[in-house]
Design a protein around this ligand. Structure first.
Ligand code: ADP
Ligand code: MG
Length: 364
C-alpha cells in the first residue's frame, strides 16, 4: 500500500487524506467518449462510475517523468484539491487510483470545456463583457479562497479554467494544481516556470513569488477574455518575455472596442510590475467593475464548512504579503491559437522557455 505522506519539498503540500485505491480503475469506471484534454504528463478522459452512473473526468498522471519519480508532485496536486474541496469554483476530487505507472484522479467533469475556446472564438461565441464579469468574479472567489489558505496556483490560464457547461454558459471550475505551492512551507525553489504569456515579471526575473504572481495572470486572463488578444504575446518567445518585463500593454480603443473603462481600470490594477502594487483577489472582488454588477448567486458549498465566507474580508491576505523565497514555474504545454495584441498569431504548443535558456533545474 503506497505511503500517503511525503517529505516537505519546495512548498509542496505533504500529506493527503484521500484513500488511494489500488484495485483496477476499470472495475469501477467505464471510459466513454473521446479525450477531454491532455497536457505533457496527463491525459484526461470522460468516464462513468458503474455504481452510480455518474459522469466524471479521469486525469491519468504518469508517475515517472523524464526518468524521475514524480509521485510527490501528484500528491501535492491531490492535497491542494483536498484543501479547496469546500470551494465551489475549484474542481471537485472524487477518488484516487494508483497503478504501477500512474495515478488517476477522478474529478468532477466540467462538461463545458476550457474557457480558452470562447477566448479564441469569433464574435457569436465569444464572451460578452457581462459574461466576463460573472466568470471573473467566480475565478476570483476561487483564487481568493486559495490565497487565504496560503496556496498559489501558479498556472492560471484559459486552458486551466473550465466551464460546467458551454451553452448556456455555465460556471467556472479551476483545474490543474500541478504547479501549486503552499506559501507557508515554501523553501528555496528555483526549478519551476509557468506559461509564457501568463507568467509574471518576477518569475522571469527570479524574484520572489507570492499570491500577487497569480494576480498578474488574472490580469492577462481578463485581457484575453475581453479582447481575444494576448497582451504580451510576441512573435518569438523572447519578444514575449521582453514585453512582459517592459510592461508593454496596448490599452488602445482599437483593442478594447466596446469594452468599459472600468474593465480597463481593473486590468491595469493587476498588470503592475511591482507585485506589491497589484490588487489582491479580495480587492478585485470589491472593484467597481465587478461589484457594480450583480454577483453570481453563490452555489451551495459542497461541505458544511460554510466558514468559506467568500465575501469576508477578515481572512484576506495582508496588504503586503511577505514574499517567500524564489520560485519559478514548470513549462506546461498547451495547444491552440490566440491572437497577440500586436496582430500576430502564436501557437501554444511550444514549451517555454527551454532549460538551457533560463538555466534552471527542472523538477518534474
Ligand atoms: P495538465 O497538468 O496536463 O495541464 P490539466 O489538469 O490541465 O492537466 O488537464 C488537461 C486538460 O484536460 C485541461 O486543459 C482540460 O481541457 C481537460 N480537463 C482537465 N480536467 C478536466 C475536468 N475535470 N473536466 C473536463 N475536462 C478537464
Ligand atoms: Mg493544464
Amino acid at each position: 500500500m503506497p505511503d500517503n505522506t511525503m517529505m516537505k519539498k519546495n512548498g509542496m503540500v505533504t500529506k493527503i487524506h484521500t484513500r488511494i485505491r489500488t484495485e483496477p480503475f476499470k472495475n469501477n469506471y467505464d471510459l466513454v467518449g473521446k479525450e477531454l484534454g491532455r497536457g505533457k504528463f496527463a491525459v484526461v478522459k470522460k468516464c462513468i462510475e458503474k455504481a452510480t452512473g455518474k459522469e466524471h473526468a479521469a486525469k491519468f498522471l504518469r508517475k515517472r517523468r523524464k526518468g524521475e519519480d514524480c509521485r510527490g508532485d501528484i500528491l501535492n496536486e491531490i492535497a491542494v484539491l483536498e484543501l479547496a474541496k469546500a470551494n465551489p469554483y475549484v474542481v471537485a476530487l472524487h477518488e484516487v487510483y494508483e497503478t504501477q505507472s500512474e495515478i488517476i484522479l477522478v474529478l468532477e467533469c466540467a462538461a463545458g470545456g476550457e474557457i480558452f475556446n470562447q477566448c479564441v472564438a469569433d464574435n457569436d461565441d465569444a464572451f460578452t463583457e457581462k459574461d466576463v464579469v460573472r466568470l471573473a468574479r467566480q475565478i476570483l472567489v476561487g483564487v481568493a479562497f486559495l490565497h487565504r489558505n496560503n496556496v498559489v496556483h501558479l498556472d492560471l490560464k484559459p486552458q486551466n479554467l473550465l466551464l460546467t457547461s458551454a451553452q448556456p454558459l455555465g460556471d467556472i471550475r479551476i483545474v490543474d494544481f500541478g504547479l501549486s505551492r503552499r506559501m507557508d512551507t515554501l523553501t528555496e525553489v528555483r526549478e519551476i516556470l509557468g506559461t509564457p504569456e501568463y507568467v509574471a515579471p518576477e518569475i522571469l526575473n527570479y524574484e520572489p513569488i507570492s499570491t500577487a504572481t497569480d494576480m498578474w495572470s488574472i490580469g492577462v486572463l481578463t485581457y484575453v477574455m475581453l479582447t481575444g488578444e494576448s497582451p504580451f504575446l510576441g512573435e518569438q518567445k523572447q519578444e514575449t518575455f521582453l514585453n512582459i518585463s517592459q510592461g508593454n500593454v496596448d490599452y488602445s480603443q482599437e483593442v478594447f472596442e466596446g469594452v468599459s473603462s472600468l474593465a480597463i481600470d481593473f486590468i491595469q490594477s493587476l498588470l503592475r510590475k511591482n507585485p506589491r502594487k497589484r490588487s489582491t483577489a479580495e480587492e478585485c472582488l470589491s472593484h467597481p467593475w465587478l461589484s457594480g454588477h450583480a454577483a453570481p448567486p453563490p452555489p451551495p458549498p459542497r461541505l458544511p464548512l460554510a466558514s468559506l465566507d467568500e465575501t469576508s474580508q477578515s481572512e484576506s491576505e495582508p496588504e503586503s504579503p511577505v514574499p517567500p523565497p524564489e520560485l519559478l514555474v514548470l513549462p506546461p504545454f498547451s495547444m491552440g491559437e490566440l491572437k497577440s495584441g500586436r496582430g500576430t498569431t502564436f501557437t501554444f504548443s511550444e514549451p517555454f522557455p527551454s532549460r538551457s535558456e533560463i538555466q534552471q533545474e527542472v523538477i518534474c
